[in-house]
Design a protein around this ligand. Structure first.
Ligand code: FAD
Length: 296
């Protein structure tokens, strides 16, 4: 039987934080419930109270403000898929959201839940790493911003502590010749958690060299990781096929995958080499084709 005794439906972040902080260890934020519902049912977690975030208007916001795309934490995968903000240079986030479960999951599953659940196989975090997103978190001590690089601490562990709620994800609205891509391999094409996945972002300078590069990897370590060494192979260099392969090899060197039911570690490394190359190639091709800005 479930341990949940109380369900709180709140309309402000302050109320949510106060309720969560008052019941340390016992209360959980609830967004779409696609992860939490499964975990409660399997008795992996036993919250005594749930605080629904779904009635807080600011968490459902999806907008461009001050040169940034601001995604409220309760924005669903489906809303991101359908938003024109992710047709241009930021298309990788749409591609990642499109691969999350089935449409029923995507209709309710949120970007905040995908992050807070902290699965190393989650699809949106590698893209948010590639975009170097910033997370706005509100907790009992007030608001703070955390770079996505610092958010994941260890397997299913994040910087979130009791009472903390992710309020929004912020991404720079890419200017100039920029492109991005997300590539995922699972055991089948749909409704599948990845064996490996990669998000890539590239902004080209006028001379065609890579002015900015971001690469995030999923399912190849205890957390989503940023392949910083692979990025530095390309930064300031021309986006030749040879260098894209060199960057992919550098990304593989940063992986520490495990053997599990989906694939052995050695296979994960082999496919990561291919996936990173494909993600980079697609991002560069898109940047070269001149698609600019988030909303174009
Ligand atoms: C059938 C199925 C298929 C799936 N396939 C995929 C897939 O292919 N790829 C993938 O990445 N995921 C997949 N998932 C997992 C899941 O759908 C996503 O992780 C989803 O984004 C979770 O969001 P949610 O709103 O449902 O989170 P919830 O289940 O509501 O919450 C998840 C966790 O995050 C916490 N939380 C939620 N929101 C916040 C917040 N704003 N601040 C702080 N903590 C918060 C909750 O307390 C809970 O611990 C699948 C799930 C199912 C059931």
């Amino acid at each position: 039987m479930s341990s949940i005794a109380t369900f709180h439906d709140v309309t402000t972040l302050d109320e949510a934080v106060a309720l969560l902080a008052r019941a340390p260890g016992g209360a959980r934020p609830l967004a779409g419930g696609t992860d939490l519902g499964v975990q409660v049912r399997r008795r992996l977690v036993a919250p005594t109270a749930l605080v629904s975030l779904n009635g807080i208007p600011e968490l459902a916001r999806l907008a461009v403000a001050g040169g940034e795309v601001v995604i409220g934490s309760c924005v669903t995968h489906r809303s991101i898929e359908r938003s024109p903000l992710f047709n241009g240079a930021l298309i990788a986030l749409r591609e990642a959201c499109e691969t999350v479960g089935a449409v029923q999951t995507r209709n309710v599953g949120t970007i905040g839940g995908n992050l807070a659940n902290a699965s190393p196989a989650a699809d949106t975090p590698p893209v948010l790493m590639a975009f170097r997103a910033t997370l706005d978190i509100v907790g009992p001590d007030g608001p703070r911003s955390v770079g996505i690089d610092e958010f994941f601490l260890d397997y299913r562990k994040t910087v979130l502590t009791v009472g903390d709620v992710i309020a929004a994800v912020r991404i720079s609205d890419a200017n100039g010749a920029a492109g991005s891509a997300f590539v995922k391999l699972g055991r089948r094409r749909a409704m599948e958690i990845s064996i490996s996945c990669a998000g890539a972002f590239v902004r080209l300078a006028e001379d065609g060299t890579c002015a900015d590069v971001g690469i995030g990897l999923g399912s190849v370590a205890a957390t989503t990781i940023r392949a910083a060494e692979a990025e530095s192979v390309l930064r300031g260099q021309p986006a030749t096929d040879e260098l894209l392969h060199a960057a992919s090899a550098a990304a593989v060197a940063q992986c520490s995958p495990v053997d599990d039911v989906r694939a052995p570690a050695s296979y994960r490394q082999q496919v990561t080499d291919v996936l990173v190359y494909r993600a980079l190639r697609r991002a560069v091709d898109r940047a070269q084709s001149g698609v600019e800005g988030a909303a174009r």
